[in-house]
Design a binder for this molecule. Structure first.
Ligand code: PLP
Length: 368
């Protein structure tokens, strides 16, 4: 029996070659490939600036630092996300507020964001869940009204469009952060990138990415450099960047196949699933469905060769966040969603035969 998991990277000969060329070159890191990758991401998204980083969690941390968010501040994000969307605020000492989701998209609900805004709120981190963009125009209006920054957690959403702009164009936000972990839409092994149209933020991101070091003017002629602020080592390697450049060339193909698979599931499974809004053309990262007796379904699926995953345990219910005062019942829509959601296999190398087989196995489990 062929085994399927919920996500999987797609690599081919051109990816292997791209990496091999770097391995045989002079630079494994801090060479030409990182800036080439950053330029390619700018060209793809339409953003002015891009900073490649070691992973999206580091990218979100840098975004908080660049905005100067700190101890007195509050940041609002979705409870249905990976931990990093909330943790990044904690890295800089800020408080996390959650805003409940919309049941039909599992994206953060703009009306719920407004309820969470206080005089301490500094930023909103909308998460484009499963690859579908949040309604950024509405979030932007709200942010302008209350003078807030917006950092898009676009870890799921490279390749997605919102109202004919690419996610990551930052038309409606200050920064957007991508992840290139192997389960995401394109991969560099580990990796991430931040896009922005703001030169000042761009310069801060560059500084914080590399120890706060500045080397310019006459310093370029010698060993001299200056450290101006406390930065980190959040660089991507040239090996990873070369893989990213090669993967990005395949993204439109990946998107086409991901959308075909989603459409097939929508038509053939008959299970409750997320709805795509008219403003979205998503490069779907996940295909979550809602099932009764989810744990039993999970184990039966495993027996049928389907290694599924749940996205996500609501972040506010993690012990760490419960210690900060959150509790069950705080975000009912997120909790109801979590009780039934499970993500089915979705990745570009799935064939039509694979899809038919997966759908049959799931129907068998449900009707057993
Ligand atoms: C994967 C993911 C991250 C973290 O990405 P890393 O590159 O693994 O650090 C952040 N947010 C969301 C929504 C994710 O899915």
């Amino acid at each position: 029996m062929k085994i399927f998991s919920y996500g999987k990277q797609f690599l081919d000969e051109s990816d292997y070659q791209a990496v091999l060329e770097v391995l045989q070159s002079d630079y494994l890191t801090c060479g030409p490939k990182v800036s080439e990758f950053e330029q390619a991401l700018c060209a793809y998204t339409g953003a002015k600036y891009c900073v490649a980083v070691s992973n999206a969690t580091a990218g979100l941390h840098l975004a908080m630092l660049a905005l100067g968010i700190g101890q007195e501040d509050e940041v609002i994000t979705s409870p249905i996300t990976f931990l990093s969307s909330a943790n990044c605020a904690r890295f800089v000492g800020a408080s996390v507020k959650f805003a409940d989701i919309e049941s039909d998209t599992a994206n953060i609900d703009v009306k719920e964001i407004e309820k969470q805004i206080t005089s301490k709120t500094k930023a909103i981190i909308p998460v484009h869940f499963a690859g579908q963009s949040c309604d950024m125009e509405k979030i932007r209006q709200l942010a302008e009204k209350h003078n807030l920054f917006i950092v898009e957690d676009a870890a799921h959403a490279i390749g997605s469009d919102y109202k004919n702009t690419k996610v990551g164009s930052c038309r409606y936000s200050d920064m957007a952060v991508f992840s290139f972990h192997p389960v995401k839409n394109i991969t560099t092994g580990e990796g991430g990138a931040i896009t922005t149209n703001n030169e000042e933020l761009y310069k801060k991101l560059l500084s914080y990415r590399a120890h706060g070091i500045h080397k310019e003017g006459e310093m370029l002629q010698t060993w001299e450099y200056e450290m101006h602020e406390l930065g980190y080592n959040y660089r991507l390697t040239d090996i990873q960047a070369a893989l990213g450049i090669s993967q990005l060339k395949k993204l439109e193909q990946f998107k086409k196949r991901r959308r075909e698979i989603v459409q097939f599931y929508n038509e053939h499974l008959g299970l409750p699933h997320l709805i795509e809004k008219e403003f979205s053309s998503a490069c779907f990262h996940l295909y979550p469905v809602l099932v009764e007796n989810r744990k039993e379904f999970y184990h039966k699926a495993k027996e049928q060769g389907l290694n599924l995953q749940v996205h996500y345990i609501p972040v506010h219910l993690q012990p760490y966040y419960q210690k900060l005062g959150f509790k069950k019942g705080d975000f009912p829509k997120a909790e109801v969603y979590y009780d039934k959601c499970i993500s089915l296999p979705l990745y570009p190398s799935m064939s039509d035969e694979d899809l038919t087989s997966i759908v049959q196995r799931i129907k068998d489990i449900i009707h057993e």
